[in-house]
Design a protein around this ligand. Structure first.
Ligand SMILES: [Zn+2]
Length: 307
């Protein structure tokens, strides 16, 4: 993993300091770039190391049900990190500051109140440290749930637009999209461990790779190679599901805010600021877009207004 990460460093340098720079997005300094890489390597080694050891241990020590134990263990880790990462891991990379008392905060609170939504925290994040692109997202569960607005987003949008964006994020929560995504991902990791169990120490698999001795850790590596196309198929389905959810969250935002123009303007500004492709090829959308193209989203909102 380390060697593959090292190979990717020059590509990441090119992406940040050549491509993003060329279109005026880059704000990352070389120092931030280097510390980001080092931090993520340490995190991968520690967290990945623990998970990997647990998986290896189950496959060495338990019998035919090892895949079930692995599934259980990985799912527990996953849920644990969904709770703690907004509080423990994400602050390693960005500063999260609770939104200060302002006209914006009052507007957000009064909207949330009107929807019976208990806000646990609205934070601004210093996205501008790395890029001029803007975004907003919902993260965490239960007590730790928070809505995060990039500082770049706040600079460029009016209060009505920001409330619409926030309403869209709350829509994801109210329509249980986050929960459904978790269920789907737990289910697909179960399928993955089940298939993996057929490949552990599988003689034919090892001979296909011209290896004489079988071992659990080599099985995991070889399975990783085989699993890639399968993973791609899964991601197509999860993107389809995600695009459907985006329309639902837009619908929720427009129907609860009653300000379709603000939502449309917010989407337009986001596309301009992030230089989004307005007319991506439908096949590209099918393969890899987690969000519908912005024109489709705007059309849906306008259709709703007409009908
Ligand atoms: Zn969304």
């Amino acid at each position: 993993m380390l060697s593959s990460n090292i190979i990717h460093v020059p590509l990441a340098v090119y992406h940040t300091f050549v491509l993003e720079e060329k279109y005026g997005f880059n704000r990352t300094t070389p120092a931030t770039f280097i510390t980001d890489i080092l931090k993520s390597w340490v995190l991968t080694a520690v967290i990945g190391g623990i998970i990997f050891s647990v998986v290896l241990w189950f496959f060495y020590r338990t019998g035919s049900l090892a895949w079930v134990y692995c599934w259980g263990a990985v799912t527990s880790f996953q849920i644990f990190f969904m709770f703690v990462s907004p509080v423990v891991i994400m602050p390693l990379f960005n500063k999260f500051v609770p939104l200060k008392d302002s006209e914006l905060k009052t507007a957000i609170e009064s909207y949330a109140k009107s929807q019976n939504f208990k806000i646990k925290g609205v934070f601004t994040m210093d996205g501008s440290r790395r890029s001029s692109k803007s975004n907003a997202f919902f993260t965490g569960f239960g007590k730790f749930r928070r809505i995060v607005l990039f500082d770049t987003l706040i600079q460029k949008h009016t209060i009505e637009e920001l409330v619409s964006i926030l309403a869209h994020e709350i829509g994801h929560y109210k329509k249980k999209h986050i929960f459904k995504h978790l269920i789907i991902s737990i289910f697909s990791s179960g399928v993955m461990f089940f298939i993996l169990s057929f490949f552990i120490n599988n003689r034919e698999l090892f001979s296909a790779f011209q290896m004489e001795k079988t071992s659990v850790y080599a099985s995991l590596l070889l399975f990783g190679l085989l699993y890639t196309p399968f993973e791609m198929a899964i991601s197509i389905f999860s993107n389809m599901f995600s695009r459907k959810n985006e329309f639902e969250a837009d619908e929720y935002a427009v129907s609860t805010c009653g300000k379709p123009e603000a939502m449309i303007m917010a989407l337009k500004k986001l596309s301009v600021d992030n230089l989004s492709n307005l007319t991506p090829h439908p096949f590209k959308v099918f393969l890899s877009y987690s969000h519908p193209p912005v024109l489709e989203r705007i059309n849906k909102i306008m259709e709703r207004e007409i009908s």
